[in-house]
Design a protein around this ligand. Structure first.
Ligand SMILES: [Zn+2]
Length: 210
């Protein structure tokens, strides 16, 4: 199955991707990882990408799609793959259509308030890196790590204003792609649940795997 995963940040795409990798025996591909690998391996496209990043520019879509095209030709992608984090815009979706025929697009839905609750409650230990959550996995003493006694911190990505900004970018730029894929008859939707296992059930049902 050639699958695209959509959904707002914090909806649990990464976790569900891991389940699907196991279940479908296909790799998950993130363009962020492709870029990092190409840059560290100093490939032709990697060096080009680096020159954009070094000058503070966004890496152009054509270059990212070029990397993706190379990756999708590799052996492990021949039975399918899961694309996570790409496409993020209509223009990218159209470019993707030119290099391969996607089978299904799964959108994992979760209300903004739930996402804010999930992400803004995260705490990470400065000392040992252990993770906590104010609601779902609280530390015994507020802002202190249970295992090493280090101080807990809120990552920049988990600050409410950052989350709100990422959500509004998602709603403005990425969410409209759903209509594009719906018109192609490829869109499936699953609703994020309190329990990860229940979300997985929704995901499998939406994809017709259960
Ligand atoms: Zn710690």
């Amino acid at each position: 199955m050639k699958l695209v995963l959509l959904g707002p940040p914090g909806a649990g795409k990464g976790t569900q991707a891991e389940t699907l990798i196991d279940r479908l025996k296909i790799p998950a591909i993130s363009t962020g990882m492709l870029l990092r690998n190409a840059i560290s391996n100093k490939t032709e496209l990697g060096l080009k990408a680096k020159s954009f990043i070094d000058s503070g520019d966004l890496v152009p879509d054509e270059l990212v799609v070029g990397l993706l095209r190379e990756r999708l030709l590799e052996e492990d992608c021949q039975n399918g793959f899961i694309l996570d984090g790409f496409p993020r815009t209509q223009a990218q979706a159209e470019m993707l259509d030119k290099i391969c025929a996607i089978d299904k697009v799964l959108s994992i839905e979760l209300a903004d308030e739930k996402i804010l609750q999930r992400l803004s409650g995260r705490r990470v230990c400065n000392g040992c890196g252990a993770s906590y959550h104010t609601i779902f996995k609280p530390s015994k003493v507020d802002m202190i790590c249970d295992s090493c006694g280090g101080g807990l911190t809120i990552r920049d990505d988990d600050k409410p204003e950052t989350i709100k900004r990422r959500l509004s970018v998602y709603h403005e730029q990425t969410e409209p792609i759903k209509a594009y894929y719906k018109a192609q008859g490829k869109l499936c939707e699953a609703y994020g649940q309190e329990d990860v296992k229940d979300t997985t059930k929704e995901v499998l049902k939406a994809l017709g795997l259960e």
